[in-house]
Design a protein around this ligand. Sequence first.
Ligand SMILES: C[S@@+](CC[C@H](N)C(=O)[O-])C[C@H]1O[C@@H](n2cnc3c(N)ncnc32)[C@H](O)[C@@H]1O
Length: 249
Amino acid sequence: MLREALQHLFTAAPKYVKDMGYLREAIAIEARAKRCKKHWRPHLEKSKQHILTAAKKLTPGAHIMILGSGGLHDVPLDELEQFKITCVDIVHLPAVKKQYKAINFITQDVTGKAETLYQSIREGKIVTGDLEWRLSEKPDLIISLNLLSQLAMKLVEYADSYDHDLGICFADNIIKEHVDWLKKQQTDVLLISDISRCYFQGERLVEKIASLPDLELDAPEDQWQWDIAPTGEADKEISIRHNVGAWRL
Ligand SMILES: C[S@@+](CC[C@H](N)C(=O)[O-])C[C@H]1O[C@@H](n2cnc3c(N)ncnc32)[C@H](O)[C@@H]1O
């Protein structure tokens, strides 16, 4: 914990990224990925497999853009060597950038709302924010990677911590806007996201919560489970499992 706190203190990032918890979460994910390596492996392998399948029809030199790249645990980078890779995330840890020097890293909030929400709350203004960040060139494949269900979380948590009312549809709209944006890009798109989260006590299902609103998507082409928090990780009795899906949009 102390190590993570120091890492947070000494890692450079915009103030809103730190204050809204994005950097803390990125650091925590790295630690969780290490602790839960065995339990996460099947999910990471499935994600990699879908990326490789999607990349199969690309020609060498094609451009793949990964949204929500984070620590790149779910990306088969060795097998993608012949492609130009751009990784987009709201925060890139220096260790990740250092490890993968050939990759183009773009630090970008894909909702377009985080900084304006931060300022709105601090300065008492209305939230605006433009989702339409521009791509300087059209990638041949866009991958939204284990990102979709996360998009509204920090925004909502931050607003809640200031009793700032975002309206009942805010989180659902953020998720819908991302999917609409993906659909509009006129290129190949692979979407991988959790669909629901299940809480278990031993083998007994205690609760199942949808991760996504109704997105009017076809059924995913594949589904699998991600044991994101085995017993002892988030709670000493409860384990958490995500149901994850892959779609081609
Ligand atoms: C569950 S992680 C994805 C896993 C990641 N591919 C890995 O292997 O570490 C979700 C990622 O989404 C990023 N993220 C969350 N909200 C974002 C936003 N508004 N814009 C861009 N990236 C965001 C987080 O920083 C995190 O890296």
